[in-house]
Design a protein around this ligand. Structure first.
Ligand code: SF4
Length: 158
């Protein structure tokens, strides 16, 4: 039997508490964001720089509600490196459907920087409001660290 930690699915630990209504609201929020992004059409060079946290010095944050949504699309798993996203494989994202807001609004396109900053701020405020409207616990934490914590919790709960 493998010693690898079990994947954390949608019913895993603290993520279990989020309601179907909160998750549906989040899916709708992402859908509207993607529509606005399609209209804005920022350029993506597929460089992978946005996900290379050790090189960029960026720290991605997400909420636990977003991680519950991500876990429903792809079980949470341990990263090979404490600083890297577990879904960043050979320079590409392998969790496109489940990725959090911070990933969705980050582009290298300097010509759209102002519009992207406004979009990010506005949707983050909406994300916060979505938690309030659904009585959902708001935990906004560094993404890579929080995923590792949840995977560890699942491992020790075995
Ligand atoms: S979820 Fe995807 S886009 Fe977000 S940091 Fe990981 S690999 Fe990059």
């Amino acid at each position: 039997m493998s010693d690898a930690p079990p994947p954390v699915g949608p019913k895993g630990g603290p993520l279990e508490e989020y309601s179907a209504a909160a998750l549906a609201g989040l899916r709708e929020l992402y859908r509207e964001l993607e529509a606005e992004l399609a209209a804005l059409a920022p350029r993506c060079e597929l460089s992978g720089r946005c996900c290379n946290f050790p090189a960029s010095g960026l720290t991605l944050f997400s909420t636990d509600l977003e991680l519950a949504h991500l876990a429903a699309a792809t079980p949470l798993r341990a990263a090979r490196d404490a600083q890297l996203c577990p879904w960043w494989v050979e320079g590409l994202c392998t969790a496109r459907d489940g990725r959090p807001l911070g990933c969705r609004v980050y582009f290298c396109d300097e010509s759209k920087a102002e519009a992207l900053a406004e979009l990010s701020e506005r949707y983050h405020a909406r994300l916060k409001q979505l938690h309030v409207a659904n009585g959902a616990r708001y935990l906004y934490a560094p993404f890579v660290r929080r995923v590792a914590e949840l995977v560890e919790m699942a491992r020790t709960a075995r």
